[in-house]
Design a protein around this ligand. Structure first.
Ligand code: COA
Length: 147
């Protein structure tokens, strides 16, 4: 899909190094020894629950999103746009592309967890029509710090 000077396509495992470089450049925390390890991402890509997309500008990775679903809800994970490419609609287009694919398999609710310090991301999700829920507290149980 080519729009506004960028192209949205599926992530392939060959993009992994560029993806990690994008996360670094974006200041996005990730788990290189855990669920963001190359092997883990490769396994997810082969499974039925991942909608991993990237945006390219002039052949270079400019943004990425790891969309997932659990059969009931869709999730936006690891959304990132390279600092020089922000405010051009790439983030919005990546999320829309995940939403469209989820709708195509009958999933009509899309969700995202955003840390409260991340004001840019909070403003972004509100701007693209997501409803904020301050009455929900996130619980997790981890096998280890890298998970
Ligand atoms: C959040 C992020 C993905 C947004 O990507 P983007 O491509 O710049 O977003 P868009 O250009 O599609 O912005 C859509 C709208 O969101 C809002 N928005 C985006 N960035 C904003 C900011 N810094 N401040 C306020 N509003 C913002 C605006 O309303 C914008 O529309 P406009 O540019 O017409 O005003 C990007 O800032 C990013 O990679 N941040 C670092 C990583 C991160 O925090 N990811 C989210 C993890 S939950």
């Amino acid at each position: 899909m080519e729009t506004g000077g960028f192209l949205i396509r599926e992530l392939s495992i060959g993009d992994y190094d560029a993806l990690v470089a994008l996360w670094d450049e974006s200041g996005l925390p990730y788990k290189p020894a855990g669920r963001d390890a190359r092997g883990h991402i490769a396994r997810e890509l082969e499974g039925p629950s991942s909608i991993f997309l990237v945006a390219e500008v002039d052949g270079k990775l400019a943004g990425a999103v790891l969309g997932t679903h659990d059969g009931r809800k869709g999730w936006i994970n690891r959304l990132s746009v390279a600092p020089k490419q922000r405010r051009k609609g790439i983030g919005r287009a990546l999320v829309r592309a995940v939403e469209e694919r989820l709708a195509g398999i009958g999933i009509e609710i899309v969700t995202c967890l955003v840390e409260t310090w991340n004001e840019t991301s909070l403003a972004f999700f509100e701007a693209i029509g997501y409803v904020r829920h301050d009455d929900i507290v996130y619980f997790s149980k981890r096998k280890g710090p890298d998970v």
